[in-house]
Each structure stands twice: as C-alpha cells, then as structure tokens.
Design a protein around this ligand. Sequence first.
Ligand code: BYC
Length: 321
Amino acid sequence: MTSTTDELDEVAEQQRFDALIADEQRIEPRDWMPEAYRRTLIRQISQHAHSEIIGMQPEANWITRAPSLKRKSILIAKVQDEAGHGLYLYSAAQTLGITREEMTDALIEGRARYSSIFNYHTPTWADMGAIGWLVDGAAICNQVPLCRASYGPYGRAMVRICKEESFHQRQGFEILYELSHGTPEQKRMAQDAVDRWYWPSLMMFGPSDDASPNSAQSMAWKIKRFSNDELRQRFVGMCVPQFEALGLECPDRDLRYDEETGRWIMGEIDWNEFSEVLAGRGPANAERLRHRREAHDDGAWVREAAAAYAQKMQDRRRFAA
Ligand code: BYC
C-alpha cells in the first residue's frame, strides 16, 4: 500500500517537475527533482566552480610581474573575481545536498574535472591578454545561456558571473590591442600568445555534439540551452572581426564562412590533445593540482580558526538565551 502511494506520489512529482521545465519555470532547492537531474547539476556546477578556482593560477603567475601598477591592480581584481565565482558556484552546488568539503576533496584528490583550458602555461605577459580575450570570451559565449539554466541558484549565480566576465574579456582585449599596436616585438608576442590559446579555447566548449554524452539530456532539462558545437560556432563568429580590429592573424588558416549553411567551416581541432589534457596529461595538470593541494594545506589554520570562532559565537548565543 505504502509503496504504491509512494510510486503515485513520485509520478505526480515527476509530472509537476516536467511541467515546470516545459513552462520555462525555475526549479528551486525546495522542489522535488529527479535524482539524475540533481546529480547532473552537481557534476556541472562543481566542475565549473573548480575551474574558477584552478583558473586563478595561470593568471596569478603574473601578478608580481605585471608591467605597471595599473595592470597589476586590474589583474588582482580579476583573479579575486574568479575566487568569488568559485564561491557563488560552490554555494549553488551546496543547495543540491553536497558539502563544500566533499567537492574540495574530489578536486584535490584528482577525482574531479575542471576546465581543460587551465592546464596550459602562461610564459609571457601577452598570455594575460589572450586569456582575457579568448578564454573569458569563450566563457561568456558558454555562460550567458546558463543564466537561463532551469535550476534557480545556478542561473542566478551565472548572472553576476557573466557581468564580471565581460569586464575580464574587455581587459584582455585591451592588453592585446596595446601590444599588437606597440613595437614589432610586442606584436609578435601578442600573436604568439593568441596562436597558443586559440585552439585550447575552442576545446573549452567540450567535445563535438556527436561525441557529447551529456548534451541531449542537459538540453532537455534546460540546463544547457545550446549544444557544444553551436556555442563554438558563435564564439568563432565573435572572434573573426575582433582579430581584424587587433590586427592579428587567426591561427586557423582553414577558417571560412559558408554562406549556404550560415556556418563557420573550421580546421580540425586536435581532439587527441583534448583527451590527453582530460586524462591529466596536459602541460600543467600536475602543477595545478599540486599547487591547489599546497594552498589547501596552507589554509588549514584559517578553516580551523573560522570553525572555532563560529563555535564560540554559537555557544555565546546559547548561554545568552
Ligand atoms: N574541460 O558530454 P559533455 C572560466 C568533459 S571557467 C574539461 O559535452 P557537458 C574561467 C565533461 O565534463 C570555465 N572537461 O559534457 C575561469 C564530460 O565529462 P564527465 C568552465 C570537459 O557537461 C577563470 C565529458 O567531457 N566553464 O570560464 O554536457 C578564469 C563529456 O562532455 C570539457 C564551465 O564549467 C573541458 N573543456 O558539457 C577565466 C561552464 N568539456 O563530467 C575563465 C559550465 C567537456 O561526464 N559547464 N568536458 O566526466 C558547461 O557548460 C558544460 O559542462 C561543458 C561540457 C560545455 C563544459
């Protein structure tokens, strides 16, 4: 009897969930949701949070060597923004019933994914420009549609993140613009950075649609609004006129616009490189994780102090009551 009632309840809940999704309404933490929807969100949001936190490293590498005080303060602000994005996203994931500790452990033990893009080195100052322009540009293309993700806390976090990303993208463009209009050596440095970051930026959108196991279901649930290839197309279309404005060459020599289909025909992405990076064998994977682990260990005293302070406040309130 009880199990039949439970089954009926579950059918009714599923119908209500489906109706909310069909009606473009938001799913909130208090709402019933299918277990697979919850797990998919935890997967995507926590990966996204880890990407922001690991993503601080390639740029933090240049804070002490920024070419002027102004550049240094802008870069510090950007890296701080990324820490903030990680925090909003971890908080959004926590509303789904996973703890911050569980997510952090998965990252530092090497069980969690984070974006492939952060496993590349930043040997020159122009890399700060290329990251801002290309990496944050790709992030904006991918993340603006996530502001309409069906899960409320994720969509709301993304609104604020996207506002900050657009500042990041502009500061990157501006760094490259200045270099590409500077001395021949500066221009070469800008081109070299763009040559190194262009293809990995295209990989940020994930595998091609026919090799993307999660896309169809995530789109049906309106977490993702566009497929990986659709967003990659949009990004390339956005970059082409900007390459021209910068006076830099697009590293994809085969790139052309097909009037008939209205699509960009691109050169072949090196999917072998992508899978190597995902398997932990990219140029900087080991270094990124090692640094994250060290930072976690170094911060142990802060977590302990915060927990002790919270306990003290709780005790004080209890005794006062
Ligand atoms: N790197 O079925 P698919 C930022 C994985 S932060 C690593 O297409 P999905 C920024 C994928 O997870 C940028 N892994 O998956 C920060 C899946 O593996 P699992 C981060 C990747 O989820 C600081 C498998 O491949 N942005 O912008 O439908 C400074 C199959 O893929 C990648 C986000 O996280 C990759 N590039 O689509 C500056 C955005 N691509 O989990 C900038 C939110 C795919 O099954 N996330 N994989 O083991 C998304 O939009 C989607 O999760 C993705 C992948 C488009 C990334």
